[in-house]
Design a binder for this molecule. Structure first.
Ligand code: NDP
Length: 337
């Protein structure tokens, strides 16, 4: 009798190699039992090194492996949708990396397919599991800054050289900074403030990293349900800005620094009147390990994934609205999800 949750990975991606394989192994209830990759030679070597028993050339072959209970998808963005549908049809739970899909219709159909198949769909919005950001949400809910009035999200970075591939070159693959980073910001604002984004306006730029037609910078404003505004800055070209999230309220401000990262890092400050206090964060846990743990919990019938399929779909809608606004020069309203 198998007593571990078997994860099948689709795509020998950077994120799999840097974070997600380890995150699955970190929970003793789960292990990676299979990997599907087009790069079969590389995948075989990788699986040998890491003790993954089965390697497949295609997602379909992986889905016929009965040891696979959960599928983790980390291929290029345009492949998420067909691979979610295939996994759902094969009756497997799915954790998909963000963006959940590259069109509104695909995002909706991915959510519907998993609902219909009765499988769990989660989206890898790991920032919800970052220690500093979880504490930020808790302090907002506790009303430590009074009523939130405004937010700022700084997510402008220098895209590392080893990621200068499809993100900068291929619109078809779902490249561009908006589907990559703005999608995270949209989800994070919803998570921190428990409000929906109702309106987006934004502009994009290309400063020579992105190929023709692929934005490598975005600045925009999102309106939230309460009417408050959030400014959002995303880029691949800015080396020294540092990342941050600020929520400003009637009684104080929460200031997160270096918090939009993959590593367990960052600091949080609370400013009230003329006093700034560093919020104690204790041990900062790897956010991806927390995502996996919660997904395993959900598979075992306890609770829900960190971000649901619907959360992932909504973040896609906001990101697409940002692109639409940048294209048309108009503000874009979002329908209630
Ligand atoms: P990589 O470029 O390292 O890997 C992408 C994978 O997609 C490859 O391994 C390959 O799989 C497959 N692929 C299919 N077509 C192409 C193509 N034309 N060019 C390159 N690869 C192709 O990507 P990342 O690891 O950086 O990102 C993977 C996914 O994870 C993306 O959706 C990204 O948005 C998301 N991501 C999420 C993060 C998070 O924090 N939540 C962080 C980083 C990425 P194969 O093995 O079959 O060759």
């Amino acid at each position: 009798v198998r007593n571990q949750i078997g994860w099948g990975f689709i795509g020998l991606s950077t994120i799999t190699q840097e974070f997600m394989r380890q995150a699955v192994e970190n929970d003793e209830r789960s292990r990676v039992v299979a990997l599907a990759s087009k790069a079969l030679d590389r995948a075989e070597a990788y699986c040998r090194t890491h003790g993954i028993p089965s390697v497949y050339a295609t997602p379909d072959a992986l889905l016929s492996d009965l040891a696979v209970d959960v599928v983790y998808i980390s291929t290029v963005n345009n492949l998420h949708h067909p691979q979610i549908l295939a996994a759902a049809a094969a009756g497997r739970h799915v954790l998909c990396d963000k963006p959940l899909a590259t069109s509104a219709a695909d995002a909706a159909s991915a959510v519907a397919a998993c609902e219909k198949a009765g499988v769990i769909l989660g989206t890898n919005h790991h920032l919800r599991e970052a220690t500093a950001l979880r504490e930020m949400r808790r302090l907002i809910q506790e009303r430590s800054i009074g009523l939130p009035l405004a937010a700022r999200v700084f997510h402008a970075e220098l895209l590392p050289g080893h990621l200068h591939g499809w993100r900068l070159k291929s619109k078809a693959a779902g490249g561009g900074v908006v589907l990559d980073l703005t999608v995270h910001d949209a989800d994070l604002l919803r998570y921190l403030l428990d409000e929906e984004v109702t309106e987006v306006s934004g502009v994009v730029t290309n400063q020579g990293f992105g190929a023709a037609g692929i934005e490598d910078g975005f600045m925009g404003v999102m309106r939230l349900g309460s009417g408050m505004l959030a400014s959002v800055h995303d880029a691949y070209t800015v080396p020294h800005a540092g990342t941050g999230v600020e929520i400003h309220g009637t009684q104080g401000s929460l200031i997160g620094r270096e918090v939009l990262t993959q590593r367990p890092a960052g600091n949080l400050f609370l400013r009230q009147a003329d006093r700034v206090t560093a919020v104690r964060l204790g041990t900062r846990e790897d956010p991806y390990s927390r995502v996996v743990r919660r997904f395993n919990d959900a598979v075992l019938g306890n609770g829900t994934p960190t971000a649901s399929g619907l959360d992932g779909a909504i973040a896609v809608l906001v990101a697409l609205a940002a692109l639409e606004s940048a294209g048309s020069g108009e503000r874009v309203r979002l329908a209630r999800p």
